[in-house]
Design a binder for this molecule. Structure first.
Ligand SMILES: Nc1ncnc2c1ncn2[C@@H]1O[C@H](COP(=O)(O)OP(=O)(O)O)[C@@H](O)[C@H]1O
Ligand SMILES: [Mg+2]
Length: 436
């Protein structure tokens, strides 16, 4: 315990010191003759108990108490006033200002011991309380941090859940579209056959018609019928219609085929359902499928170039890989579009293989990723986009899919001449397992 004794009379200080030194218990005693220095000494020496004389020149005890109590860190320093006074009024003021106890002068050693014992007890309790309060504060902070992490994880789960349900919906819609698409496609094929037949019959009609026309050149009434037919043919551009019929049918057939492919792709993408479901598939097909989906987003502003080398099939969840490619492409498209530039943007997609793995590299010529941000882009919820534009989940989910679900690697950086790159490698087989 550290005790500060404050008295303007040196003799009194010495007496108090002698008493304290003789007492049992570990005391460190500091003496102070100048009341102006009390606060400084208390703070500097981390004093526990102050024995304070009341009547002093320069600054009296009540003022010292006031000063100490103003400092909220010194709230629980025990102040025992030393009073020779019969002045009850000052005595009262001392307690009003925050004194804890009093001792009558001249000091009686037993009384001093008793008062000190009480003060030490109070001081120790205050210290324990303070420590507990500090610990509580820390625990509260820890809890707040944990709460934040839980909330983020919850949001992450909800987003994943949402993605999954959107996937299911997409699969449902794709299935619904498939049915009418099937009969529209086969109808178009039939119509094409019918058109061919109609054309052949019309050909016969026309030839016979031309023959008849030749025979009836003298028949004025008959000629009027021929003219009507010629007029109608001109009016409705019959030759053009007959010529175009086939190519229109062909175009429509191709259109339907494309729609079928997109729907099929959507179904594949949506089939991410079973998280650990894997099968052998080709990375290039997954790239092509992802491209089919983002093409529309890019067509007016960005050229997408592909260099797809032949790659071996690998064991993977192609729906999830498609999601990764899509996330990276959408980010690149968004980054380029945000530049509001006058020239067209450029994205390059490359695939290839090494001995036991395949790789995918996607480069763009957008603004690139600021160096200070580069270390955070795979963190959940990290986004530089405005609220509502980005969730900051795309790359963290991609990281999870590549690293945790496929034992692969995903890295990102900036090209020397601007724009960002993303590099992914995936082992052909999941390590340590022959099949899944
Ligand atoms: N091609 C890119 N060019 C520039 N910055 C990018 C690119 N791809 C990703 N980023 C940065 O990485 C951040 C995180 O991306 P992502 O996880 O997909 O979340 P979000 O797209 O919702 O912001 C983006 O906000 C952006 O700052
Ligand atoms: Mg994104």
């Amino acid at each position: 315990m550290k005790i500060l004794v404050v008295d303007d009379e040196r003799l009194n200080l010495k007496v108090a010191e002698a008493y304290l030194k003789n007492m049992s218990g570990e005391f460190e005693v500091i003496l102070c003759q100048n009341p102006l220095e009390v606060e400084k000494l208390v703070v500097e020496n981390d004093i526990d108990i102050v024995l304070l004389d009341i009547i002093m020149p320069i600054m009296n005890g009540t003022e010292v108490i006031e000063q100490l109590r103003k400092n909220h860190y010194l709230n629980d320093v025990q102040i025992i006033i030393l009073t020779a006074l019969s002045d009850a009024e000052t005595f009262k003021v001392c307690f009003d200002k925050g004194a804890d106890d009093f001792l009558k002068k001249p000091i009686d050693v037993n009384e001093l011991q008793a008062r000190l014992k009480a003060a030490i007890k109070t001081r120790n309790n205050a210290k324990i309380l303070k420590k507990m309060y500090q610990r509580l504060k820390e625990q509260n902070l820890e809890l707040k941090e944990l709460n934040k992490v839980i909330k983020e994880a919850q949001f992450y789960m909800i987003q994943k859940e949402k993605l999954a349900s959107i996937g299911e919906l997409a699969a449902g819609v794709a299935h619904e579209i498939n049915n009418p698409l099937g009969y529209v496609g086969s109808n178009i094929e039939t119509m094409n056959n019918f058109a061919e037949k109609i054309k052949q019959v019309v050909d016969v009609y026309r030839k016979s018609f031309a023959g008849l026309e030749q025979l009836e050149t003298q028949n004025k009434e008959g000629q009027a019928y021929f003219t009507n037919v010629h007029d109608a043919e001109r009016k409705f551009k019959f030759n053009f219609v007959m010529d175009e019929l086939n190519s229109i049918m062909k175009d429509s057939g191709e259109g339907i085929e494309r729609i079928s492919k997109i729907v099929q792709t959507l179904k594949n993408f949506a089939r991410t359902g079973a998280e650990n479901e894997t099968a052998y598939s080709n990375l290039n097909s997954t790239v092509e499928e992802a491209l089919l989906i983002v093409k529309n987003e890019a067509k007016y502003t960005i050229d997408i170039e592909t260099h797809l080398e032949e790659v071996p099939e690998m064991e993977c969840n192609s729906g999830q890989l498609g999601q990764v490619i899509l996330n990276i492409l959408v980010n690149a498209i968004q980054a380029i579009k945000a530049q509001n530039r006058s020239d067209r943007g450029h994205i390059t997609i490359m695939t290839g293989s090494a001995e036991n793995s395949v790789f995918l590299k996607i480069l763009d010529d957008g603004p690139g990723i600021p160096e200070e941000v580069l270390g955070k882009i795979f963190d959940p919820f990290f986004t530089t986009k405005d609220v509502g534009q980005g969730t900051g989940l795309g790359l963290s989910i991609s990281h999870d899919i590549i690293v945790n679900k496929h034992n692969g690697m995903i890295t990102a950086g900036n090209n020397p001449d601007g724009g960002a790159w993303f590099y992914i490698t995936i082992p052909l087989k999941k390590e340590g397992t022959d099949c899944l």
